[in-house]
Design a protein around this ligand. Sequence first.
Ligand code: FES
Ligand SMILES: [Fe+2]
Length: 375
Amino acid sequence: MLMNTWYVAGLADDVKDKPKQVKLLSQDFVLFRDEAGTLHCLSDICIHRGASLSAGRVTKGCIECPYHGWRYRGDGAAAEIPAHPDARIPKRVRVDSYPVQERYGWIWVFLGDAPESERPPIPEFPEYDDPSRRTIRGTFTWKANYGRVVENGVDFAHAAFVHPSFGDRDRAEIKDYQMSKQEWSANARIAMQPPPYTGIWGFKRKERSDVIAEPEWHIAGMSVVLRLKITDDWNNALFDVNTPIDENTTLTHWQLSRNFFTQKFFDGDTYRRTMKIFLEDHAVLSRLNPVELPPSLRDEFSMESDAMMIAFRQKRAELYKRGWGLDTQTYEDEFGDRKAAVIPSPARGEDPKGWVLPEVPRLSPEGEPMRQAAE
Ligand code: FES
Ligand SMILES: [Fe+2]
């Protein structure tokens, strides 16, 4: 899993006056709002005796630890130690605090120590604010690695075999595939040959013209945006954010915006169609070997139609070289139940000393666990 990017930690409306615990990248975090309604995200581990801050309460704009009542501000610094009200609070009495943004109805948290100028941008999704469109939302939990989930979202060669409502196994050829890469994302344009439509879709689409698919992946949120031009005047846009809970669990928050059948009446059908597609993917993705993306491109065989996935693997390898890959294997084996560790926050980037808890170990630049690399 990668640090130094944005991840979606939940729905903005789900955090009101109570703190909320969320798990991302195998770590626990607490989300809470201060008196002004500003959202904060802190490491959930109290550095006094390890209590879970999310089990505490919000008071005077701080999160209060449920064990001995130490209070931490949104920036992570301790504001009060009730057993010693007159003591000067040392600077080390702080927990890691992570940048937060509320966008598209979601809470985005930046997990890492990189300064603002080095952070990947949150994707643009203008469909969210377009009043002529109708949007539905949902979540899907995968027993699969986030990298496999992202790749699946930008993979079109599988549609003909996995999604009978979407692809046609007798017309599986991928032709006319164009891709371009940006610093933190890639996008493509693919002409797809759909199966004959049934039901209300069949009524509108008598001709089997190509569907134009425009998939994008973005490092921020491990997002996949998929725009489909179904006819000249019908299109929809699916925005998935794929949050790694741990190496083998991914929580997808999705929203699907459509410019046709915009009455509420059609929401149920749209929701069922979307979840059916996730379930069809899950049957395959939950059984991939290996679970994670292999470290080298040579470890699996790729074709031209895998270009978006190859670009994603290359970007991931480049970020490992920067030291942004988390070494979950070493972390589990060496820290386990004996020692806590945290993902470093931007304040640590500026001031690496003077923190109570150590950082989660990182992968070697080649993407290997550190111990293995040393052997
Ligand atoms: S464990 Fe949090 S105040 Fe003691
Ligand atoms: Fe799929």
